[in-house]
Ligand binder design. Sequence first.
Ligand code: NAD
Length: 511
Amino acid sequence: MSAWFKIRNYIDGEWIEESGVEHAPLFNPSTGEQIGEVPLSKPETSIAAVESCHNAYEAWKSLPLSKRMGYLYDLRHAMIEKKEELAQAIAVDQGKHISEARGEVQRVVEILETACGIPTLIQGEALDHIAGNINGRVIKSPLGVFCGVAPFNFPALVFGWFIPFAIGVGNTFVFKPSTQSPYFMQKMGAIFTDIKLPKGVINIVHGNRNMVSPWYEDRRVSGICLVGSTPTAKIMAAGCGRGGKRSMLLGGAKNVLVVMEDVHWDVFIENFIHSCYGSAGQRCLAGSIVAAVPEIYDELIDRVLAASKTVRVGGAMDPDVFMGPVVSAAAKQKIAHYIEIGVQEGSRLVLDGRNPKVSKDCKNGYYVGPTIFADVTPCRTIAKEEIFGPVVSLMKISGLEDALQLIRDQAFGNGACIFTQSLYYAERFISEADVGMVGVNVGIPAPHPYLPFGGIKDSHLGTDKVQGKDGIDFFTQNKIATIRFAPPASQDKEGAAPRQDSASVRSCVAS
Ligand code: NAD
């Protein structure tokens, strides 16, 4: 039997085994084999994690910036050294193909590199001579304890979105991974110990929604963030509203790829494959609808069909495979259910990915192959709801206006991409597509860590986005200082003349 993963909480620098609670089974989606268990910890554990972060906060925020940055450098260095081990941790319980898992770890390294620029990014503003002997200053300071919740599909990236920025500016952090993909953070806990990160700066708790509820009313918690589905984001938005918490809640998505008559086909097909089938379609920026103008619609069907048939499906560690499994038996069932709805509602199923051919050792894994519906209309369920699997809806649109309307009508607003050589189409699309992230001739419009990442509408609730300057803003508060500096008392005695503008000092400060 392969290794058994007994997932534990990491609090105050210690591995804590949770006793007397239920455990959820942990599966390897590539094989369907149970590989371990995850504690569904008690709410008290979540409270203990907040307490530990709270206790660590004052010392952590008071560290010289260079020392805090030193920990981020060490974290980056350790992640580079352990890149393969970390990528395998993602592949084993999330089922992400190893080549993509390596890419995910690399992206976190890049985020850490961006966060190492915090001494520059966190600089506030200063305004001298507001009035006589009065200066003003805006200081970006930390708030205290932040708590974050991750989805199953990006166990590493979401750690990267939240934690380097949050702790880099001086906060401490409680992180709750998904119970479906907790193993990556187990590896990270070991790294925190290796680099001697002060106890309580990052705590990791495992469990379900019971771990989150205590945070809403806890006065020691300054803010809460989530990456997850929209229903979860809405529940958490209500909790954060009740408790008066700062929140950043990234939700679900339904992304449209628009193909114009002047498309560069090779560019499109390559991007289409990565966008729609990468991570088995379980990406918040995955292409889900491909909308093409009439002139090329039939050719589009032929080309995407031919390309999709070449996609090899199989185990996450198989180097000859492009697409790994979906995360769970339940996810596979849900995707199959959407395919059934698509058929029942009259869309034309031109490629059926249910029960794809996989190798013998994968026969119990959770696989769905590339699936394509043609002639889908905007009112169909599969064109409106998030399927979160490798299922593509091809749609005929009359032109750019129609494409923009289709995007506007979506409840979600994460990403949208256009494939065209025309500057006119591209610029109009950039300015008018009703989403948070736009792509031109790219299939996954994920911004680099220097820039913010996040959608609009049902894809994003709360303030600010992750990474970039938004990441800094969310995890800091602007403190504004007004400073009056009097001349030394000795000068007063010697009869130093008052400054001529002292009247304006009274009017703006002392009133
Ligand atoms: P999910 O909403 O089921 O769970 C996300 C996390 O929230 C998990 O850790 C879960 O334990 C926790 N959770 C669930 N219900 C909760 C509740 N009532 N209160 C507090 N916490 C709760 O999502 P998932 O299936 O793990 O992830 C897939 C979803 O995440 C998709 O909808 C996808 O689009 C979205 N996602 C969005 C982005 C983005 O950038 N917008 C990125 C990645 C994933």
